[in-house]
Design a protein around this ligand. Structure first.
Ligand code: NAD
Ligand code: DAU
Length: 339
């Protein structure tokens, strides 16, 4: 089996590459990544010399490059993680999100059609459903929940999802889609809530909480997401969408306080800053379908996952300290400077 993993130098794609090489030592794993600010080859350092692993640097939206890659390699499955993934950046500069998330998805699927109707899996997000109210804890996102996006990021992901389903219906491309809730764990880029708060708390720097901190996210340990995608690409039904989430809703302020407690730091570090524009209130996944159809259940409880994650950031300081030096500093002062 030869699998193309796009965006494999990023957070979830990187974890997926490690997961797959360990679980399927006979599979060939190709990673294609543009190495944007969010892609780090150091995430793949321990597998780069593995004879079953190949890294290629390229853009999923570059049709000539993609055509050449597919003409030279007979892939059995394509798993598309490559994306611009940060909501705040999409508010600053939406265009690049359309280029990668929509055009890139189309280019990959055209190559899948041309080179043998290759099985295609789209890694999507629960953000395509918009948000839920805080005062209706009985409501959850199911696969039937209408698409109702809030940010340029989520809109670009929803656009890609619709394109994927259209390629299934119109061309019969064998596709699947997973829509997962917020992930956390190793190799998470420190612009996202959990790694940002861990890295700043360790440096005794202020922790910027947007608005009143009561927005709720549904957190899933990244390895559980990798296991769900593994099940879907091997056993999932073609043309289907699967929601992935572990019923683990937490408010942002609770997450930040938990991190401070585990690190033995003072809550004085918390600083409330201006809210994100269009900020989604609550995400909550109903994972009944993937549980009933594929037997998936999350294995890591949040209490254990957050400790493992903090330990990882404590033991791998070079990985994130390299990132937060240089260009990242300009990003931080631009995004948070006037909040
Ligand atoms: P990430 O930003 O950490 O990684 C994205 C990777 O894609 C990077 O390595 C980057 O270099 C690469 N990339 C970007 N543009 C590219 C292009 N044009 N061509 C090739 N490579 C390109 O993202 P992540 O958090 O790992 O998310 C991965 C996928 O999972 C995304 O599609 C995202 O929408 C989805 N998702 C993320 C979460 C989450 O909590 N992080 C939850 C659900 C779904
Ligand atoms: O739900 C899945 C989505 O989760 C993925 O599709 C996205 O790719 C991923 O980035 C994530 O999106 P969020 O916007 O939920 O994640 P983020 O870590 O940016 O923010 C989580 C919450 O924390 C959100 O309510 C905003 C808040 N926040 C975030 C940052 C960076 C803060 O309060 N302060 C911050 O500095």
């Amino acid at each position: 089996m030869k699998i193309l993993v796009t965006g494999g130098a990023g957070f979830i794609g990187g974890n997926f590459v490690h997961y797959m090489l360990k679980k399927y030592p006979n599979y060939e794993i190709f990673c294609l990544d543009k190495l944007t600010y969010a892609g780090n080859l150091s995430t793949l350092e321990s597998v780069i010399d593995n004879p079953k692993f190949t890294f290629c640097k390229g853009d999923i939206a570059d049709s000539k490059y993609i055509d050449k890659l597919f003409s030279e390699n007979k892939f059995d499955i394509v798993v598309n993680f490559a994306a611009e993934s940060h909501v705040d950046r999409s508010i600053e500069n939406p265009q690049i999100f359309l280029h990668t998330n929509v055009i890139g998805t189309g280019v990959l699927m055209d190559a899948c059609r041309k080179y043998g109707n290759i099985r295609y899996h789209q890694v999507s997000t629960d953000e395509v459903y918009g948000d839920l109210p805080l005062d209706r804890p009985d409501l959850f996102f199911t696969e039937e929940t209408p698409i109702h996006t809030s940010s340029p990021y989520s809109s670009s992901k929803a656009g890609a999802d619709l394109l994927v389903l259209a390629y299934y219906r119109t061309f019969g491309l064998p596709v699947t889609i997973s829509r997962c809730s917020n992930n956390y764990g190793p190799y998470h880029f420190p612009e996202k809530l959990i790694p940002l708060m861990i890295s700043r708390a360790l440096a005794n720097e202020s922790l910027p909480v947007y608005g009143n901190g009561l927005n709720v996210r549904d957190w899933l340990y990244v390895e559980d997401h990798c296991r769900a995608i593994d099940l879907i690409i091997h056993k999932g039904k073609i043309g289907e969408v699967y929601n992935v989430g572990g019923h683990n809703e937490k408010s942002n302020i609770d997450i930040v306080k938990t991190i401070l407690k585990l690190l033995g730091k003072n809550e004085d570090l918390i600083t409330y800053v201006a809210d994100r524009k269009g900020h989604d209130m609550r995400y909550a996944i109903d994972p009944t379908k993937i549980h009933n159809d594929l037997g998936w259940l999350p294995e890591t409880k949040f209490e254990d996952g957050i400790k493992k994650t903090i330990d990882w950031y404590l033991n791998n300081q070079k990985w994130w300290k390299d990132i937060i030096s240089g260009e990242y500093k300009d990003y931080y002062s631009k995004m948070y400077g006037n909040k």
